[in-house]
Design a protein around this ligand. Sequence first.
Ligand code: GLP
Length: 247
Amino acid sequence: MSSLTVQIHEDKYAVSAEAARITQNYLMETLNKQDEATVLLATGNSQIKFLEALTDSRKIDWSRVNFLHLDEYLNIDKDHPASFHTYLRAKVENKIKAKSFNYLLGDTLEPLQECIRYSKLLRRRQVDICFLGVGVNGHLAFNEPQAENFNDFDLVKIVELDLNTRCSQVDQNYFQSIENVPKYALTVTIPMILSVKRILCLATGENKAKIVKIMLQNNISSKCPSSILRQHSDTTLLLDKCSASLL
Ligand SMILES: N[C@@H]1[C@@H](O)[C@H](O)[C@@H](COP(=O)(O)O)O[C@@H]1O
């Protein structure tokens, strides 16, 4: 049965605090039932305060938690300031002592082999919880809007990034100019995301209001990949008043 719960909070700080609270409780419950837990991490501005609050938690036994992440640019050095590797190393890996931390390698010379390697890692364990943001064009991880259905067979794939997505990375000062933004990326696919037990999706700010409305009120369609979350069995979408302003 599908179940998407929408919460509307005062601002991005309240969203982050609530996301950290939900995750902390969920991971504690999970670790009471099983030896290890597995988390699929997102990057982006929506995650910053949330990850800060979560990694401050002293109630979670991080030594029993495995981490993987959703996506990475292709042809980017892992130490590049805009790589998701740099982001996650600083915001998560360096802050806790995890059981394992498994990066998608964007500087690989063999992208197809990297997809296979990462798919194997993802298959090894059931992912317990996945964090997501929503792109301004509705993308989930780097699953860009497209005409076809959500029919990927693979768990990880190579994608060509939308011009919109690449421009938004410049607008947010991750890259100096559009020429510097990689054209391709690796991403976990929609079927992989839907296989996760619990999903927390965070979308805050006025620039997300239009897409949040489309995501929740238009037909479920691969033209707005995030709309597929309405078919997942246990997803919470956390909005602030700005991103929820058109609902
Ligand atoms: N590829 C990432 C996504 O994984 C992220 O969730 C999304 C939302 O970003 P933000 O959190 O900045 O709104 O866009 C980025 O481009």
